[in-house]
Design a protein around this ligand. Structure first.
Ligand code: MN
Length: 275
């Protein structure tokens, strides 16, 4: 059974409105569980909110582990991609492949990050790179060759160097525009076929702001909503065991991003229901 999990916090991105994503969706979606950050953690004086994010991600991880052990599929919603440190580590096995749909690489560490925001670091953390307070959450370290990123277009200089060094494959937006969406879908299918379990982390900012303006860090020239839906429709969900839908910020939305999230929610329910 699919369990909708709402995650309410803002400490990983620090952008007003990210913490309102679940409240905004609640009139249309029923959440099985909602986790909100403990206000006492928000008093953290560390500008990175390292201990706040770390402690909260531990709670997210345990929740996801419990839901999976009960035989369910966690569909995790939130405004802040830092939550993936918890949601992915909660679902990760040595055999899991991770499909990361995002305009950004999310492979910064606290040393390479320009924004100094943890929502740009989850994928580095999951691979065991970065601050110990974050990497200590991993029970299993995600191997770099178990990751496929799609829709990437903005990589920080140092982040790009790190990703190359670690061996993270990223299908960049300009490559997709040159070789075509169909080509990319075949690459995604080939990647997914290699792993018995797949986690999808979908960052709403992979979609162009004209189609999804309600995100924390909009990036022009992203996927259209139609393209995202055709990618998700084309892949089999048989091996998909968990998924995130993140970075939704209702304060900058005009209804399009929320509508997209509801459509993706329905699509995942439909695809999992067919199995
Ligand atoms: Mn992201």
């Amino acid at each position: 059974m699919i369990k909708r999990i709402g995650i309410e916090f803002i400490e990983g991105c620090g952008i007003l409105g990210a913490d309102l994503s679940i409240k905004s969706l609640q009139d249309m979606l029923v959440f099985d569980e909602i986790l909100s950050i403990d206000p006492s953690l928000q008093k953290d004086e560390d500008p990175l909110y390292l201990s706040a994010v770390s402690d909260f991600c531990q709670i997210i991880k345990s929740t996801i582990k419990r839901i999976i052990s009960e035989g369910h599929f966690p569909l995790v919603f939130g405004g802040d991609h830092a939550l993936a440190i918890g949601s992915v580590s909660g679902s990760l096995t040595k055999e899991t492949g991770v499909l990361w749909i995002d305009a950004h690489g999310d492979c910064n560490t606290e040393l390479s990050s320009i924004s100094r925001r943890i929502h740009g670091m989850p994928l580095a953390t999951l691979q065991g790179h970065g601050h110990r307070r974050l990497t200590e959450i991993n029970d299993v370290v995600l191997k770099s060759n178990h990751i496929l990123q799609i829709g990437t277009h903005l990589l920080d200089q140092q982040e790009a160097i790190q990703m190359k060094e670690w061996g993270v494959r990223s299908i960049m937006m300009d490559e997709i525009r040159t070789l075509g969406l169909e080509w990319m879908i075949q690459e995604v299918k080939q990647f997914m076929d290699k792993y018995p379990k797949i986690h999808i982390s979908f960052d709403c900012d992979s979609v162009d702001p004209s189609d999804a303006p309600g995100v924390n860090t909009p990036c022009k020239n992203g996927f259209t909503q139609e393209e995202i839906l055709s990618i998700l429709n084309a892949i089999t969900f048989e091996s998909v065991a968990s998924m995130d839908i993140v970075e939704y910020n209702p304060l900058t939305d005009n209804g399009k991003t929320k509508a997209m999230i509801l459509t993706i929610d329905a699509l995942v329910h439909h695809k999992k229901g067919l199995i």
